[in-house]
Design a protein around this ligand. Structure first.
Ligand code: SAM
Length: 255
């Protein structure tokens, strides 16, 4: 499990639930894929419903089985884990669809947050829908929505852009497309690249506010809202940036 958990991560609540109050698992539907959100840092964000589904599924499809094993250990669960990541999606999807059609109940998780959102899962969900199978999302944390809610930037409309392209030309093209949108822009970016990307955003949108949301729900959580040139300067002045980052840009002004 990720390092730097905050105090009060809810483990005592979960323990109590484990001992006497675990939600019934008999209500899980057969022939169904459950898409289950997991914490983006603070284990207290693992919902009782997520625990019930992970406990009751025939198997859990996980982006990284070692990573998810730690979550299961925390929750006291022993459900079988199978690898389902970007590298195995194409080969495994038809088998998973077959197993679901035969009546299995499967849960899909990613390393953190909502599966299928900049994470493996979307093609499997599409294949299940194409096959007329039931898919049920068990909602929970997602870094994009958590960052947006904490940023103080407008939330009436937002555009989730995921990770910006690595190639500068493609990045510039994407920003050309996004520039006129009257919506807050939400990007995922690695800590190694976030200062450079913030500088690009500041050069492109010098009049707009931006926000950095780093290490959300963890011990060193930081949410900073500043005019983009100031945000870029702040990040450029740091010797290094650690942890996971979401970077946001205020909407274009509408007339
Ligand atoms: N599906 C996940 C979700 O819904 O949150 C996102 C997975 S994506 C591969 C991982 C990216 O999400 C990270 O590179 C970072 O940009 C963002 N992220 C994940 N956890 C975060 C956190 N605790 N704080 C800030 N950003 C986070």
């Amino acid at each position: 499990m990720r390092q730097g958990m905050r105090q009060g991560d809810g483990s005592s609540v979960l323990l109590a639930m484990r001992q006497k109050n675990r939600p019934p698992v008999s209500s899980l539907q057969p022939a169904t894929l459950y898409v289950v959100a997991t914490p983006i840092g603070n284990l207290g964000d693992l919902s009782p419903r997520a625990v019930a589904v992970l406990a009751g599924a025939d198997a859990i499809l996980a982006e990284d089985t070692r990573h998810t094993r730690k979550l299961l250990t925390y929750a006291g669960l022993h459900t079988p884990l199978e690898r389902f990541d970007d590298a195995t999606t194409a080969a495994k999807t038809p088998q998973v669809v077959e197993r679901l059609a035969a009546g299995e109940t499967l849960a899909l998780v990613s390393d953190a947050g909502m599966p299928a959102i900049s994470d493996p899962g979307a093609p499997l969900v599409a294949a299940c829908r194409d096959a007329g199978l039931e898919v049920i999302a068990v909602p929970g944390p997602s870094a994009a929505i958590t960052a947006l809610a904490a940023s103080g930037l407008p939330t009436h409309a937002y555009y989730f852009a995921g990770f910006p392209p690595r190639k500068p030309g493609k990045r510039a093209k994407l920003l050309d497309t996004l520039e006129p949108l009257a919506a807050t822009l939400v990007f995922y970016e690695s800590p190694q690249r976030v200062a450079k990307f913030a500088a690009e955003l500041a050069a492109r949108f010098p009049q707009r506010a931006g926000a950095l949301a780093r290490e959300l729900t963890k011990l060193h959580e930081e949410v900073l809202r500043l005019p983009l040139p100031k945000l870029a300067a702040n990040l450029a002045a740091r010797p290094s940036i650690k942890g996971e980052c979401v970077i946001l840009v205020a909407p274009a002004k509408t007339r």
